[in-house]
Write a new protein. Structure first.
Length: 220
């Protein structure tokens, strides 16, 4: 009697187990899909822009820090002309490393660029001109976000102003602030260089970070 009782108890238990097992996977997939689509719907545009602004600040800050640290190290180890060679080889890979880490595109662009690869596109040109106007008028520049590619990409930009000192050794007056050996190195590596003659406080360029909307939502 006891054995039969146990068997009866076991049958519903086993069938319940299988039923749950198979239904669970279907349910979980459906649930995930629903969750994903509502996640996208739930994100409100203002929150998305606020997040993108903070994230852009963070990414540009990281890239800036990495560049300045390596630049200072290169100057102290190799002198300013040696550091030009170092920037030539390392500036773009350093920004690329930060870009890869966050799955976004990171550039430094300038109207008066040293590396022609840092020339701005049309949208970036408009933004650079607006930032330059503000600097000339003594107005403070705030980072900006523009929607591009039908809103699929959020373009974060932030002005880069020459703080003075160290930057002028390579971007200042070629007849006074840039040493002859450094200038020779700049001309050798960048025959089309436009990035000299800057003064402290002037707009040097801007960070341009293209953040796919999907990546921003994923990271919110
Ligand atoms: C040792 C020389 C040197 C110093 C010092 C230096 N730069 Fe540069 N800078 C370069 C070189 C070389 C490039 C081109 C890098 C490349 O090939 O991408 C460059 C490129 C740039 C660019 C990208 C746009 C362009 O013109 O190609 C910006 C922005 C910039 N520098 C800002 C600064 C600022 C701000 C400082 C001071 C914190 C500074 N640089 C100090 C050598 C220097």
């Amino acid at each position: 009697m006891k054995k039969i009782y146990r068997l009866i108890m076991l049958i519903p238990y086993v069938s319940l187990f299988f039923a749950c097992g198979s239904e669970k996977t279907v349910d979980r997939e459906t649930f995930k899909e629903i969750q994903k689509s509502t996640e996208i719907k739930k994100v409100n545009e203002a929150e998305l822009l606020e997040f993108t602004m903070k994230w852009g600040d963070q990414i540009s800050g990281e890239a800036q820090k990495s560049l300045v640290e390596t630049l200072q190290k290169a100057i102290s180890e190799k002198g300013t002309s040696g550091a030009v060679e170092f920037c030539h080889a390392e500036a773009l890979p350093i920004t690329q490393e930060v870009a890869d880490k966050h799955q976004v595109a990171v550039k430094r662009v300038s109207l008066k660029n040293r590396n022609p690869a840092n020339a701005p596109n049309e949208m970036e040109t408009n933004l650079l001109e607006a930032y330059a106007y503000n600097v000339e008028q003594g107005l403070e520049n705030q980072p900006n976000i523009q929607k591009v590619d039908n809103g699929e990409v959020l373009l974060y930009t932030k002005a880069i102003v020459i703080p003075g000192g160290i930057c002028l050794q390579c971007h200042g007056d070629p007849n006074a602030e840039i040493e002859a050996a450094t200038l020779a190195k700049i001309n050798e590596k960048y025959p089309q260089d436009k990035a000299t003659g800057y003064k402290a406080g002037e707009l040097r360029g801007m960070w341009s970070i293209s953040i796919p909307r999907k990546e921003a939502i994923k990271n919110m």
